[in-house]
Ligand binder design. Structure first.
Ligand SMILES: [Ca+2]
Length: 461
């Protein structure tokens, strides 16, 4: 298998910083290449699975597979971190109905025994899953990147032990003693060099407002309250995000080569020790380039630049992109953006004329006798007026809707067609023109995804 085709496997225990890490990696790696295994740790395994499901249910967050991991350490019973992450692992957000979702269908991690399909395995929870998984891999053992350990700094569950290693020290020992490939270790030593403040997180989320960024901001509030009390910082150490960035861009860090060993008994249970060794298979992250780390996180939030406006600002796609629903506009988008002068407006809604037919408008004027229905489109909060037994009409213009952020503009939507007022249910954007327009125009039925069972024949406005 070519190196570039290999997948990444992330083994997570579904806490707050895990979900931020999964969001970041899901924005930097194509979704089919991202497999997520869920284990116990911060919370029980099934709760962790719910939390990953909540993230995955948000529009635009996708994983190639979600795999079910272990519910307990190799020996003994699990000890969770509910005080840090909240009783649900996400600071109580699961009590808010807007986020709650059923668990994802999963298969067992232990059924995925082809190691060679993975270019890298990233463990951001206890190492129980990976220890068992590695025992009888059918093929190559991929390089590992592990969040865990405290070497020259105090631990976070005892004076000497870090949570992930302490949660299953036997698994950690087995991995470090027997795993036959490179292990990169992102410990508390390097994580504590990076503080993600509450204000910085808020600004990051506002770069690309969406349900996903709003969810991430919400779940961090309790977690950051804990850190304010426990560590005196109004923010957190984004351990797991640092670890996934180490896996994707190891050059953000300086590394020391050597051997890690784990204490499994006694008062120092879970403690990690390091000895430098130029032949060692373990690479300990020493220092991080904080500036480049935050640039990488910001890039994940913003996504790639779609184009530049005539007035110079960069344009990024919305996390909840509507452009993917209108692929016919994509060949004309860059050109259309370059012809828009934003004039520093907070929102721009522009129709760009191409002076030749470039596609078909799905929104058409309706006539008496047309067959009209109302149904809810995917990603919309209200019903849209549709016309059946009509066809899209030739069109020479592109419509672009933009919202300003501190990094430039976010593309809210773009399509081949004409400007139209917001639909009548779309507060606060609906205007006095909305109802008259949508009583005389409709979207041609059969071209847009509809939420099942939402179709009605009488006007909802
Ligand atoms: Ca974790």
């Amino acid at each position: 298998m070519a190196k570039s085709e290999r997948k990444i496997l992330i083994d997570t225990d579904g806490g707050v910083d895990d979900l931020l890490a999964l969001f970041v990696v899901s924005r930097l790696v194509p979704p089919p290449s991202l497999h997520v295994a869920v284990t116990f740790g911060n919370v029980p395994r099934d709760r962790a699975l719910q939390n990953v499901s909540m993230l995955a249910a948000l529009q635009a967050i996708q994983f190639g597979a979600v795999l079910r991991g272990r519910t307990r350490p190799l020996e003994g019973v699990p000890e969770f971190a509910l005080r840090v992450h909240g009783s649900d692992g996400i600071g109580g957000a699961s009590n808010q109905p807007e986020w709650n979702t059923p668990p994802l269908p999963t298969k067992e991690l232990q059924e995925e025994k082809v190691g060679a399909q993975y270019g890298c395995v990233v463990a951001i929870g206890p190492l129980s899953d990976i220890a068992i998984w590695a025992r009888d891999l059918e093929q190559d053992h991929p390089p590992l990147c592990v969040m865990g350990g405290a070497f020259d700094v105090p631990g976070n569950v005892s004076s000497t032990a870090e949570f992930n290693f302490r949660s299953d020290p036997n698994a950690a020992r087995e991995i470090f003693d027997t795993y036959p490939n490179r292990i990169s270790v992102v410990s508390l030593d390097v994580c504590r060099q990076v503080v993600l403040t509450r204000e910085h997180l808020r600004r990051l989320c506002e770069l690309n407002p969406s349900r996903a960024t709003s969810f991430l901001n919400t779940i961090h509030q309790h977690y950051m309250d804990y850190y304010r009390t426990a560590a005196g910082i109004d923010g957190c150490y984004p351990h797991d995000t640092i670890c996934v960035c180490a896996a994707l861009s190891p050059d953000l860090f300086s590394w020391v080569r050597g051997r890690v060993s784990i204490v499994v008994d006694g008062p120092e249970r879970g403690r990690s020790l390091f000895v430098e060794d130029s032949n060692g298979r373990h690479f300990l992250a020493k220092d991080i380039d904080r500036k480049r780390f935050f640039t990488m996180v910001e890039k994940a939030v913003l996504g790639p630049i779609l184009g530049k406006l005539g007035s110079g600002e960069a344009v990024y796609d919305s996390i909840e992109s509507h452009v993917r629903d209108h692929p016919t506009v994509i060949p004309y988008l860059k050109d259309a953006l370059s012809r828009i002068d934003a004039q520093h407006r907070d929102r721009c809604y522009e129709e760009v004329e191409f002076s030749k037919v470039i596609g078909y408008s799905l929104c058409v004027p309706t006539r008496p006798g047309d067959l009209i229905v109302y149904a809810q489109r995917k990603g919309r909060r209200g019903l849209t007026r549709f016309v059946k037994e009509r066809v899209p009409e030739p069109c020479s213009s592109v419509v672009v809707a933009l919202a300003k952020t501190s990094a430039g503009y976010i593309l809210k939507t773009a399509y081949v067609g004409h400007k139209a007022p917001a639909e009548p249910w779309d507060h606060p954007y609906a205007t006095a023109d909305s109802i008259p327009f949508w009583n005389t125009h409709a979207i041609v039925w059969g071209h847009e995804a509809i939420i099942p069972d939402t179709e009605i024949s009488t006007s909802p406005w």
